[in-house]
Design a protein around this ligand. Structure first.
Ligand code: SF4
Length: 492
């Protein structure tokens, strides 16, 4: 008989962030200067649950649930505050992590800048692991397995595993190997390493569809990315696009359980269905129509500025289709700008600008943000500073670009370089290394963020599904950020 498995994630992940992925960034900050309970209400309120079974769960956890169900396991997704009853019969507790030690790019940047305490993602992961319920179950023989996007952080925390009763950490795509790993774990197989990097790549037909709602209705439409940025783990994965019938099954898993807002998830949504870097509008329109047919509100998880510039139609059509009927006023996406320097693009992100040339990078960014602004796509843009090959001139180019794009509605999130992907053996960037121009860059991002976040919260966001709560949360946080920043002389 297969072992019984309980799946969970810490409180910061088992939340719908009031329906806004943007508010998820709030889990990457430390509890300063307000009490933790205030931030919890603002950024990661508990997911509704029935007898401890959450209404929706992080997409990755839903995928693991589907894999185990397909392989005949008895598996339940459980809210982290309701584990007691479910752990009585469980053989394995599998925990999904996003940023277990707060070492991810967003957390390490906010921590480095504020230099106060620990970020929520890390606090709540440790809280879960050290709860009396989990400790008692561990004494009774429970095996603990950890996986998910943040599992790479355990490479730097081997001793934490033994100290906290974690039996195995898995990285990579687990569709094929997970059932075997769990059997080995429960059987006490001594060949199972403490940290297991899975390199098996599942074909699309080996990836089962989720069977219950994901947080904010997120549905994966593709995996991998063809752009090959050297600091990115995803760049190492093979590119695959899901057919529409597979995607529709996952949307229906959400809507039949009352989830009517959703996110199209891929590393570069406008590239849906193509193997190169030129979007195909004929593939995109049916995708957008499929989501709009079932969901009342639709967003993209990620898009590249190069794909948007190469195919403005992708944004225009998405806007037309999603906003038709007036229930939705805008849609969001995370967009990686990373730098304003063509030289750095060439060195560290060889295919980021394609099908254009690296030297055109600042123009591509400006053009794309203009297209997004005109078509009600609000991007959360990331900038990376501290890349191993970054020069002072690169930083100055980024500052110039920021000045050029400040008129476009966008939230700009600066991130410190974290060694990942092909650069995983390089040194971490720390705030002590910040040059004057890097500090200037951060201040500009802050001023831009405060300005546009207020615009969003005060009016532009009206009519969004969760607008009253989201707007209140945003306004409170932005007001606080503005107050602290002014007091510290960071903005005027
Ligand atoms: S474009 Fe984004 S997802 Fe793709 S390789 Fe670069 S950083 Fe990674």
């Amino acid at each position: 008989m297969n072992p019984e498995v309980v799946l969970t994630a810490d409180r910061t992940l088992m939340s719908d962030h009031h329906g806004s992925e943007f508010l998820g960034f709030g889990t990457c900050i430390p509890a300063y200067p307000l009490p933790m309970s205030v931030y919890q209400r603002l950024f990661f309120p508990p997911m509704k649950n029935e007898f401890g079974v959450p209404k929706a769960a992080p997409y990755g956890l839903r995928k693991v649930e589907a894999i185990l169900l397909k392989n005949g396991f008895n598996v339940t997704v459980v809210d982290p505050d309701h584990l007691e009853w479910y752990l009585q019969n469980a053989d394995v507790l599998a925990i999904s992590v996003m940023d277990p030690f707060g070492w991810g790019p967003a957390s390490s940047t906010f921590m480095g800048l504020l230099n106060k305490g620990e970020v929520f993602a890390s606090i709540f992961f440790k809280k879960l692991l050290n709860s009396e319920v989990v400790k008692q179950a561990k004494k009774d023989g429970l095996k603990i397995l950890v996986g998910g996007p943040g599992s790479w952080e355990f490479r730097y925390a081997h001793e934490f595993l033994d100290e906290n009763g974690i039996d195995c950490v898995v990285t990579g795509e687990v569709e094929i190997d997970l059932p075997i790993i769990i059997k080995k774990l429960v059987g006490g197989d001594s060949t199972l390493p403490k940290i297991l990097d899975v390199h098996t790549v599942p074909e699309l037909e080996e990836i089962p569809e989720i069977v219950a709602p994901s947080v904010n209705g997120l549905v994966e439409v593709g995996r991998g990315c063809p752009r090959g940025c050297k600091f990115c783990e995803v760049a190492l994965r093979k590119l695959r696009w899901c057919p529409l019938d597979k995607i529709e099954k996952e949307i229906l898993a959400n809507t039949r359980n009352g989830q009517y807002a959703g996110i199209i998830h891929a590393e570069d949504v406008p590239l849906y269905g193509v193997q190169g870097v030129k979007p195909d509008i004929d593939k995109l329109i049916p995708l957008f129509e499929l989501f709009a047919k079932h969901y009342e509100h639709v967003s993209w998880s990620h898009a590249s500025v190069a794909a948007v510039s190469a195919c403005p139609d992708a944004v225009e059509k998405a806007s037309e289709i999603f906003l038709e009927g007036g229930k939705q006023r805008w849609f969001g996406a995370e967009v990686g700008i990373e730098t304003g320097s063509p030289a750095l693009i060439k060195k560290a992100m060889p295919a980021k600008a394609k099908p254009f040339k690296a030297k055109e990078w600042p123009e591509i960014v400006k053009n794309s943000l203009g297209i997004m602004h005109d078509n009600s796509l609000v991007p959360a843009c990331t900038l990376i500073t501290g890349l191993p090959d970054e020069t002072e001139n690169d930083v100055i180019k980024t500052i110039e670009l920021l000045d050029d794009i400040k008129r476009y509605r966008a939230l700009i999130v600066p991130l410190f370089f974290v060694p990942m992907g092909k650069l995983k053996n390089r040194d971490w960037f720390s705030p002590e290394q910040l040059s004057d121009s890097q500090k200037e860059l951060l201040k500009k991002c802050l001023a831009n963020g405060v300005y546009w976040a207020k615009d969003l919260a005060k009016g532009y966001n009206k009519g969004h599904l969760y607008s009253p709560i989201v707007n209140r949360s945003l306004l409170t946080f932005v007001g606080l950020l503005e107050f602290i920043s002014k007091r510290k002389g960071l903005i005027q």
